[in-house]
Design a protein around this ligand. Sequence first.
Ligand SMILES: Cc1ncc(COP(=O)(O)O)c(C=O)c1O
Length: 534
Amino acid sequence: MKPELLAACVPTAADSGAMYAPKIHVLDAGKENWDVIRDIAHSGVQEEAFYVLDMGDIVRKHKEWKLKLPRVQPFYAVKCNDNRNVLEVLASLGASFDCASKAEIAKVLEMGVQTERIIFANPAKQVSHIRYAAAVDVRSMTFDSESELYKVKEYHPRARMVLRIRCDAKKVQCPLGIKFGAFPKDAPRLIALARQLDIDLVGISFHVGSGCDEPEVFRRCISIARDLFDLATDYGYTLNLVDLGGGYPGNRGSSIARIASVINDAIDEFFPDGCGVDIIAEPGRYYVASAFTLAARIHGRRQLTSDDDDDQVTSYMYYINDGVYGSFNCMLYDHATVTAELLEPRNGAVYPSSIWGPTCDGLDRIAANMPLPQLQVGDWMVFQDMGAYTLAAAGTFNGFPVPNVTAVAHQHTWLYLLDQMPMAAAHFTMAPPIASVAPPAEDVIDLPPSAKTCAMQMYANHASGMGSGSGSGSQGQGLPSSMSSASIVSLDTDPSDAVSTASSDAGNSALDDAFPYPDCVDFLADLLDATSVM
Ligand SMILES: Cc1ncc(COP(=O)(O)O)c(C=O)c1O
């Protein structure tokens, strides 16, 4: 039995018709994220790479932001990771959103977020996206050029425009100033045009670059913003918004303390409390980087040997099922470095090793020369801090799927969110985050009809392939002997009929009666027992 066939029977959010994101699994006391990864990886049905998303980490980040930057309202940059659970939890905690496109705006509005809590922070927007913003009344938008002002005048005259200036950090993971941000010297010209077009100019924004390692840059930028506030008064504007953009670190062990201290001092100096100016920021990686942990499985190994006659192993090459065209696109686009850890540590001699993604492209390499013990096909590698700019830009090149995300929460996070989230109960499940393990009796999942039908079809297919025997059938894969041939042949419906009519209630009933499992999870588990995963 191929795991992907089993995976097809695992209920998805779409199957259950849920209005919400896939449910967040509440963890039993004492369970940690690594236990969850282990449970899923060793469940026997998991072949593909997968993520575990720790909702508690998102909540912790938000609390830390509010504590360290109390005057700065966060507008989470959706582009960084648009996972629905993340967006819903942030929305319920009171965060606002930075959207780059029509689709991102739609996604945030779909959750019931008010338009005032959205900034359309892409300085170069397509006309259809501007028209959409106008139609849904998202008014705050950034710009850094004349052409944008002309478009806004024509398609969204009620917009509240924020001038993005260029102000770059000297040490940064991803410089953004090369693409966006008007030089401060060009600001007078743009402000004059805004005045001439009678556009509502409300503020100044900047982005120091993503992954900023120079906290002092924020003081420089805030001071320039102050100068431009003063300049704008010459044109009859009273600006009331400073947007500090993104750039805040988010990996485990990082802290926004230094940046926060620079920002707090600078805003107190240049825009003191009570001066009528709102301060916002657009953090992306800060919120999500550490919350997502990726597990990927080794599906191939090559050993390279010395040229001498003794055939000594000199190095190993490992092939895993996520690569630079999937999650590890962050290595190319986000200039990220990643660290592979072993789900189950192994002792023994260490060899120079390389790690490769699943596609046929030679570019698809994750690590070049890493000391690793000898690993086996079937071993799992774990990559932490994989939440920022990974899934958001991942594709399915060569047909490899983007990994699924399983969201989990410890009980204290769950209890906290129960008080925060509208319709909170609908967001959570007590079922363990493992497809192959039956949930505890008090929280039996009612599997959606599609999953049950799928299991029944497999049952009927196997029955027809086996004839009256058990063990290895004519397809080379028998049903478990516990599924007696008597129960199979007692089906008074031709199995092929059962398959073709499985979606109709009437056609299903005979097979339904004969289907000897209370739900398809048990069936799948039994089937799995009797067949090989690989
Ligand atoms: C306009 C804008 N705002 C915010 C962000 C988020 O930046 P970060 O993830 O560094 O916080 C980005 C990232 O590209 C951006 O382009």
